[in-house]
Structure formats: structure tokens, C-alpha cells
Design a binder for this molecule. Structure first.
Ligand SMILES: [Zn+2]
Length: 412
């Protein structure tokens, strides 16, 4: 009996004592049988929390617990069921046993924490579990973390989309700009998608608290925002607008490739990424390659200047100055016959208010991009690609704890 009480002290399972143990030295396995301590007789219904003095029946459950040194530990615990007038025959609530899974909560926490910095495969090997079991443990760990926290209020929201390939299509991502945390995923990118977010996730009060939304110039978003959060200011994100400018220069490049032959065509070839990059980020050799192209092709040169100069629009703090710069930028387009840029100019004029809102209300730019980048990084590493709930929890935890926010730091 002496040794059992020592084991009870080391196990530290609230309300329970070890009454039997087995040590398998060769297999490095420790088995502990536990039951309630004397005096710990109150039973609680796991469904509603009602207290009971009498048990309906009892059974033994085996759960993996934290290892003791190199010994894998299994705890055999006596668990009662109660006859609850509200829930029927229900298992009692046991500290450290959050659900039906054969693991203690503290074991799941240890596995969950390990999953935040190591690959599933690694964690699985370390604990002698299958990958799918580790993934399920990780998801429960994240769900408990999320249920216990108070999520920060949503005042500035970001709306973006991620393309997940032909099969899955587009995913709409709603995020909190102030915390850089993704809040919700929706299938497709229609007005109905965003409508669903507002309808199912936010109360009227929460919808009214939204001051600003950072979005792409996509009519569906604007329609939904106008309907559900009419007081919110729509801001067209710099990164999205630059994205449109990149598409325009790419269109010009393709047209030039078709239009020109011989060595001039060869110059355009393979320059896509160089043309999309910002000049200041290019290395000397790449600058030389681009200059070579620009000397032979004036249209590419003009298109490139337009793309580069549009980025300076966000250097302006005052609305009037910003408008003035944009007007001049659009004036330059007049005699260029660069149709993709003319279309872009028209688009910018039609969305002028949302562009100028950048000067009227301060929102952190680039957060939407960073959130998107973090999610893509998670998908690339194959963590919960198919299970969107898991992917969202993972991305939220990552943002809240900043454990893997490499992309975020870059954007800041
Ligand atoms: Zn109950």
C-alpha cells in the first residue's frame, strides 16, 4: 500500500488514487489503476452538471496519460454513469477526461502543443500514435483553446479569397485586421458567401461595431457589406490594386509576345516574374535584363513605369493630394494605347471613394495579404488541407500566439 500512495502523489490526478500498478520494464510501459479517493463521492452529470450521490453503474476506461520518464503510461480509471432525469443514463464528468477519446486532457495538450512547432509525422513517431490520431488530438486541443478564450472584438475586417485549385475552387476568408487573425472560411466568393458570415456569425450589435472593411474591388463584397454593415467604410486594399496592375502588365507582355517576332520576341520571353517584381527589390543583373527589354520595347517600358508609379499612390496622407496623384496617373494613359491599363484606370475611377478612404480611416495595410500567406503556408505543409474547420483553428491559433508568423513579421 505504501508504494501505491507514492504513485498517487506522482500521478497527481485530482480526486483519484492509485490502487494497483504494473511495470513492464522491457516494453517501457507503466500501467496504473485508479479510483476515487475516499471522500470524493459526488458524481456530476457530464451533460448538464447536475450532482448525484448514487451511481447507476461503473466501468473501467483505459486512457493514455503523460509519460513517466521513458515509460509510456496508461491509466485505468473507474468511471461511473449516472441516471440523470434530463440527460438519461450519462457518463459522469471526470477531471482530465474531456471526451470519449482514450487520452487524458493533459496528454492531448502536450501532443497539441508539440503539433504547433513540429510536423504531424514527427509528433506521431515520438508518441507512437498514428498520424490521423495526432491530427484528431491537435484539432480537439485547438477547439478547447478556442472555446476557452475571449476572441477580440471585430472593428476592422478584411475579406479576401484563396484559390484552392480546380476541385475546391475559391475560399472566402474573413479576418480581423487588428489582430491579423482569420475568423471564418466560406465556400466560393459570392455575395451569398459573405451574407452567410454576417447572418450566422455576428449579432446585430457586432455587425454595427464594424468600422471598416478592407476588400478587393469585387462587387459581391460591396453589395453584402452595404446590406449587413452599412455604417462600415469600404477600403480598397493597396495590395489588391497592385495585383490588378500586375495583371495589366502581364496582359501587355503577352500581347507583345504575340505581336513581335524574332529577337524582340525572345527578349519578352521568361521575363514575367521580373516585370511583376518591384524595381527596388531587383538585383543588378535582373535590372540589366529588364533595361535590355525596355530599350527594344517602348510599350513594355511605359507599362512598367505605370505599374511602378501606381504604388506611390499610398504615399499620400491627404485625400486631395492622393486624388491629384491618381488623376495625373490616369491622364498619362491617354496616348499610350495600353488597353489593360486604360481598363484599370476606369476601374479605379469607379472605385474612387474606397481608394480615398485610405486617407480617411487608418487600417493596417497588408494584413489581408499576410493572413492569406499564412493560410497558404499551412496548406503547403499539408496541415489540415481537407478539413477546413481544422485549418481555420490552426490559422487562428497561429495568429493569436504568433508561433509561426514569419509572413506576418515580413509584412509588418
Ligand atoms: Zn444531465
Amino acid at each position: 500500500m505504501e508504494r501505491e500512495s507514492e504513485f498517487t502523489r506522482i500521478l497527481r490526478w485530482p480526486g483519484y488514487r492509485v490502487y494497483r500498478y504494473e511495470i513492464d520494464e522491457r516494453g517501457a510501459k507503466l500501467r496504473l489503476w485508479v479510483r476515487r479517493k475516499r471522500g470524493n463521492r459526488k458524481l456530476e452529470c457530464s451533460g448538464c452538471g447536475r450532482k448525484f450521490a448514487e451511481a447507476y453503474d461503473a466501468r473501467e476506461r483505459a486512457v493514455r496519460d503523460l509519460p513517466w520518464g521513458v515509460f509510456q503510461t496508461t491509466v485505468y480509471i473507474e468511471v461511473y454513469r449516472v441516471k440523470c432525469p434530463d440527460c438519461g443514463v450519462k457518463v459522469e464528468k471526470v477531471p482530465l477526461l474531456p471526451g470519449k477519446a482514450p487520452f487524458s486532457e493533459r496528454f492531448e495538450d502536450a501532443v497539441g502543443v508539440a503539433c504547433q512547432s513540429a510536423a504531424i509525422r514527427q509528433v506521431a513517431r515520438q508518441h507512437g500514435l498514428s498520424k490521423s490520431t495526432v491530427r484528431a488530438i491537435d484539432k480537439r486541443f485547438l477547439a478547447r483553446w478556442h472555446a476557452r478564450r475571449r476572441a477580440p472584438a471585430l472593428r476592422q475586417m478584411g475579406i479576401d479569397e484563396i484559390y484552392l485549385g480546380k476541385k475546391t475552387g475559391f475560399l472566402t476568408v474573413v479576418s480581423n485586421l487588428e489582430t491579423a487573425e482569420p475568423l471564418w472560411f466560406g465556400r466560393e466568393r459570392k455575395k451569398e458567401t459573405l451574407d452567410e458570415y454576417f447572418r450566422t456569425q455576428l449579432s446585430l450589435r457586432q455587425r454595427r461595431a464594424i468600422q471598416a472593411a478592407c476588400v478587393d474591388m469585387w462587387a459581391a463584397w460591396k453589395q453584402s457589406l452595404t446590406q449587413w454593415a452599412p455604417q462600415c467604410r469600404i477600403i480598397y486594399d493597396k495590395f489588391h490594386i497592385i495585383g490588378h496592375a500586375n495583371n495589366a502588365i502581364d496582359e501587355v507582355r503577352r500581347a507583345e509576345f504575340v505581336r513581335q517576332g524574332g529577337w524582340k520576341r525572345e527578349l519578352v520571353k521568361g521575363k514575367r516574374w521580373l516585370l511583376l517584381a518591384r524595381w527596388v527589390t531587383l538585383e543588378t543583373e535582373n535590372k540589366r535584363l529588364l533595361n535590355q527589354l525596355f530599350q527594344a520595347n517602348r510599350r513594355m517600358w511605359k507599362a512598367y513605369l505605370l505599374k511602378e508609379s501606381l504604388g506611390q499612390l499610398w504615399n499620400y496622407v491627404y485625400e486631395g493630394a492622393m486624388l491629384n496623384y491618381l488623376q495625373k496617373w490616369i491622364d498619362q494613359l491617354r496616348w499610350q494605347r495600353l488597353e489593360p491599363f486604360q481598363k484599370l484606370g476606369q476601374m479605379l475611377l469607379e472605385h474612387l471613394d474606397g481608394i480615398l478612404n485610405y486617407c480617411r480611416i487608418k487600417v493596417p495595410m497588408g494584413v489581408v495579404e499576410a493572413v492569406n500567406g499564412n493560410i497558404k503556408a499551412l496548406i503547403r505543409r499539408g496541415r489540415g488541407y481537407k478539413d477546413l474547420d481544422y485549418l481555420l483553428l490552426k490559422a487562428r491559433y497561429m495568429a493569436a500566439t504568433k508561433s509561426e508568423s514569419i509572413v506576418l513579421e515580413k509584412a509588418a
